[in-house]
Design a protein around this ligand. Sequence first.
Ligand code: MF3
Ligand code: CO
Ligand code: CO
Length: 253
Amino acid sequence: MISIKSAREIEIMRKSCELAANTLAYIEPFVKPGVSTEELNTLCHEYITKNGAYPSPLNYHGFPKSICTSINEVICHGIPSKKDIVRDGDILNIDVTTYLNKFHGDTNRTFFVGQVSDEIKKLVTVTHECMMKGIEQVRPGALLGDVGEEIETHAHAHGYSVVHEYCGHGIGREFHEEPQVLHYGRKGTGLKLKEGMVFTIEPMINAGKRYCKVLKDEWTVVTRDKKVSAQFEHTILVTKSGYEILTLPTLNS
Ligand code: MF3
Ligand code: CO
Ligand code: CO
């Protein structure tokens, strides 16, 4: 079942999404060479809980931490750890999901750590463009295949690949709701969008091949070829005339 959010529910979701986005803005200046992902986890946990919310990943299907931290060849679901200290030239994705007043808000960004090579900067730029091009397809009557094809075409135009095993998702009272939002596909196919639907678009784009594997910790997803992967995520509302990005920060970073 795909839920259509009421005006009242959308108001509450705006607050949760805004807090998730503000958490990313808050953490940005701490993303520097030498910081551990454990320290970033602690800071985000405190920020989220001080703002009256719960970090949705914590204990979600047994996930042990409050945010996901994915470095370089880690595609998604990296577990914060004291042992993972980011270095100059790395890229780090921080994925924040907040649960505030019974609604979830979900967003992520890939940060540069110090000075990053032009090659990696390009992957990150193109990945952000992929997310935005997907978002720009959203309006009542559009199909999810329109979103997927747009993302896939842009990634392939730059010689990159799209991860198939993980996708965007409906969101609201539950962290992961229907529908699944694939980041590949064909225009004119898939679910028809309606005003009041809320879902994430969160493409994972690889510099090399699209194939992935899960490490022994049962969470960390890495590229099989060990080449870098980037991701961006926003929570999107389908409005009467198009879309609204709910996960925009109101905090200056
Ligand atoms: N925030 C991720 C997403 O975008 C999901 C993380 S699940 C976790 O859907 F358990 F790893 F936290
Ligand atoms: Co998500
Ligand atoms: Co997320």
